[in-house]
Design a protein around this ligand. Sequence first.
Ligand code: F3S
Length: 284
Amino acid sequence: MEILLAKTAGFCFGVKRAVETVYSEVENGGHIYTFGPIIHNEQVVSDLEKKGVVTLNSIEELLSVTSGTVIIRSHGVSEEIYKIIESKGLNLVDATCPFVKKIHRIVKEESQKGRQVIVIGNSKHPEVEGIIGWCDAKKPAIVIESHDEACNFTADPNEKISIVSQTTFNFNKFQELVEILSKKGYDVNVVNTICNATEERQKEAKDISSKADAMIVIGGSKSSNSQKLYEICSRECENTQFVQTSDDLNPDSIRSVSRVGITAGASTPKNIIEEVQNYVRLNF
Ligand code: F3S
């Protein structure tokens, strides 16, 4: 059996950096907290819990912390969270991905210039919640995700608009929405802040699944980028399965095929990818 393993499978640069940051803080000792789960991977989060790392799931939980280190994950957070951590005298370790950090800077500057910031993305995603939290409170950002939302957008005719994107947004959709907004006659400044890591991973997944007889997508159950990979692969290869670890594999769908493709979402650790790959190699 031939195994086609995606080169882009697993942690992206930002996630790898964030996870390594937590493990290295654990080594340093003391009370360690992450604001939100460090990644959408149950195995990693539970391993860190065993090492004493506590996940804070809300501002209220953050407010109840009296000492220790708070780590900000790769998605980033609003400016308010930084202020709370500093005001409480907690040790702040910032593992925000530098690509997300760049968006925070752009949004803050544009907003301070009096421009209306539009974020193309999903308003419920933590990264977007963090981004909009860097805008001037007097001029809150507007989040646009759909064709209809872009068509319905209106503002003062003299409004100056600055558009950025959630890092994992689909590039074609971003272009489509930007085109709709640009035709409305406002002074528009567009900064494409989509991260290449997602696009490259999706392209490779599409390519491999189109050649495979069976496709395995490895990811956390709550990982939206892994779910998206599953959708892409399912369109190319009917025999696609989504697993969190090798325990979830359905052997019947792999048994009699000659080519198996494997990819994994940005929150899947290398050891889980290797474990699935070895399982397939040794058992079929
Ligand atoms: Fe950063 Fe791109 Fe990953 S923005 S967290 S390297 S998907």
